[in-house]
Design a protein around this ligand. Structure first.
Ligand SMILES: NC(=O)c1ccc[n+]([C@@H]2O[C@H](COP(=O)([O-])OP(=O)(O)OC[C@H]3O[C@@H](n4cnc5c(N)ncnc54)[C@H](O)[C@@H]3O)[C@@H](O)[C@H]2O)c1
Length: 345
């Protein structure tokens, strides 16, 4: 298949690009190269005859029309987004622009291309979204595909809006859409403003490791390469018009996750005192969702998909990757806002 992957220079998009090329798909990586992008993430496939890159903004309709016409993709995997909740608190405008207007623009370009090509049956517009659109859980319960939307941050509200647009384009125009909502990812190439790399890099630097609030917020962690595998499974085997929740059934509180990373570093990169001594509780994020948990029954039962690694295994691989790839993360630490506390408004 020829795939148009938006956001392929980001964290998850690049994992999709690498895996799709490895599986023999042709991939056009469409990315605006914002602060969160890094073409190093796809360096391993950059010379492949199956790979092409287009620098473009999904809000630019002319550019989208040109790219669809030039590459004639069989499917779109839409991951381009502003993705950092803390930044959405400080500056929600960019999130509305890319996640809402950009998704609308891409949908319209995809619709025009699909209609112009005679509505090919196999075409797919796969929208990649987050479990954060469902809001916050108490101590029990899990998000299913039927959980009502209840987004509580500018980021999750903008992703919820994009989900609604994609569903509407499916219902109203018959655009062949498919959707996924995934839990928190972690793994190699994770931009150094997100929790897992922040903890690893602060610990390696011997600096305070910030934990928001009391650290009791629970997330369902999924290794990024398992997410990429799930996405390609849904794209190729999923039922049109359907949405699939993707999760690892690895619920861990933020504090426990930080302690797990500290223990891995104590083992691999010992310092005078245990790394956990660096844990420092800081003011909570405004509107911080308490708990997310995914019920993955649909993707497991219908598509026979399950994650390949536990959170323990995935975190060990991630810590090892950061220890072995200092050049990659050092180069990103100078980018605007990285290493600063954001989103305290
Ligand atoms: N990170 C997670 O844990 C998680 C979980 C579930 C779903 N998601 C979703 O997966 C997708 C990818 O997330 P990520 O963590 O890889 O994000 P990321 O921030 O690492 O990467 C986003 C990529 O999109 C590109 N981009 C941003 N605005 C663009 C625009 N206007 N036009 C073209 N490209 C643009 C950026 O340059 C970057 O390469 C997002 O849609 C996100 O909502 C993320």
């Amino acid at each position: 298949m020829k795939l148009l992957v938006t956001g392929g220079a980001g964290f998850i998009g690049s994992a999709v690009v690498r895996l799709a090329v490895a599986q023999g798909h042709s991939v056009v990586n469409l990315d605006a190269l914002t602060y969160a992008a890094c073409l190093e993430n796809v360096a391993s496939v950059a010379d492949s005859p199956l790979y092409a890159f287009e620098q473009a903004d999904i809000c630019d309709r002319d550019a989208m029309d040109r790219i669809f016409a030039a590459h004639q993709p069989d499917a779109v995997m839409h991951l381009a987004a502003e993705s950092h909740v803390d930044r959405s608190i400080d500056g929600p405008g960019a999130f509305i622009q890319t996640n809402v207007t950009g998704t609308y623009t891409l949908l319209e370009a995809a619709r025009s291309y699909w209609q112009g090509a005679g509505k090919p049956e196999g075409f797919r517009f796969h929208h990649i979204s987050t479990d954060e659109v469902f809001g916050s859980l108490g101590k029990t319960g899990q998000f299913t595909e039927d959980t009502p939307y209840d987004p509580r941050s500018p980021y999750s509200a903008s992703k919820a809006a994009s989900d609604h647009l994609v569903r509407a384009w499916g219902e109203t125009y018959g655009l062949p859409i498919i959707m996924t909502n995934c839990s928190n990812n972690y793994g190699p190439f994770h931009f150094p403003e997100k929790l897992v790399p922040v903890v690893i890099l602060k610990a390696l630097a011997g600096e305070p490791i910030p934990v928001y609030g009391d650290g009791a917020n629970v997330r369902d962690w999924l290794f990024v390469e398992d997410h990429a595998d799930a996405l390609l499974t849904v794209l190729t085997k999923g039922e049109l018009g359907r949405s699939y929740n993707i999760g690892g059934e690895n619920e861990v509180s933020n504090l426990d996750l930080v302690k797990m990373i500290c223990a891995l570093l104590d083992d691999r990169h010992p310092s005078a005192a245990p790394h956990a001594d660096l844990i420092t509780f800081v003011a909570d994020r405004p509107g911080h969702d308490q708990r997310y948990a995914i019920d993955p029954t649909r993707i497991r039962a219908e598509l026979n998909w399950q994650p390949s690694v536990t959170v323990e295994e995935g975190l060990a691989r991630t810590v090892d990757w950061y220890l072995e790839n200092e050049d990659w993360w050092r180069a990103l630490q100078n980018r605007q806002g990285v290493g600063e506390r954001l989103g305290t408004a």
